[in-house]
Write a protein of this length. Sequence first.
Length: 282
Amino acid sequence: MRPAVWMMMTVLAVTLGGTAQAQTRIFRDDFNGSAGSSPTQWVVETHYQGRGKFGQAGWVTGAGAMDVSVGRYNPEVPGTLRQTSLRTVQTFQPSPGRVLDFRIRARVWGQDQRGIVTAFFLYSQGQRNGAFRSDEADIEWLTNAAANRSDDSILISTWHNWNRDDPHFGVDQHPQFGTQISRLEPAGFDIGGWQTYTIRWGNGVLEFFADQPNGQWRYIGGYYGGQVPTHPMHLFVNAWAPDSSWPQAFDASLQPTSNAAQQAWHGMSVDWIEVVDRAAPN
C-alpha cells in the first residue's frame, strides 16, 4: 500500500491565533503506507551536494512516519554519504490576497552527531535578469545548533533573485547579487520531540511559526517586501551533510564508511506535510 496522499480542494475551519478562518487544503501526505514517498507526488533528487550524493528515497516506518536521513554507507558511491532529498511534483505560488501555509510535523533524531542539516523548504531556479538565479524559503535544523538541548535553534532563510553565477551571502535586494538573508533563531524547545512548523508565504510576506501546546502559533521570524520570493517554487524536504565551505554546519567527525556493516543513519522523521491556501491576514 502506498502512502495516503490527498490532492483535493478541502475547505476546513481551523483556529489561528484564536480566530476561526476558512481554509483550502491543496496538498497533504500522511505517509501512512509502507512504500515510502509516492512517486506521483514526490521526486527523489539524485545530485551531489556537500559531502554526499542524494538518491536515498524517504521510507515509511512502522510508526506511520517517513524517515529523511543521511547514511554513512552509500552502496551507489562507496566512500560518500548517502543523502535524502524529495521535492513535490507540483509547484506552488500564492494568489493575490492569499497566503500559502506550508506545514510539517517532524522530529529530528540523531542529534548526537554533529554536521547534519535537515530542511523543509521551497525552491526554484532559472535564467532571469541576465544571470542564473534562484528563489528559496527555508527552515533548517542544524545538529551543530541543537545538541540535545531544550532550547534548540533553527535557521530561517530567504533567497530572492539570488545570483548563482556570482554568489554573495548576506545581501539584501542588491541589484546584481539579489537577496540572501539567514538568521539562527531560538525555537524555545527540543527539536528532538514532535513539533509542527509553518512557512507562510504571500505577497511581500514570508513568515515562520511553530505550533504551541495551546493551539496558538509562535512567531519565529520573518522577511518582508522585496526580500520575499516571487517565483513559483517546489516544496522540498531533505537531509544532507555540508562540507567545510559552510563552517556553521560542518563537522569533521561525521565520516562515510565503505563497510555496509557500519551503516548508521542520522536525520528526521516526518509525520505529515500539508499545504493550505487561505486569505491573507489583515
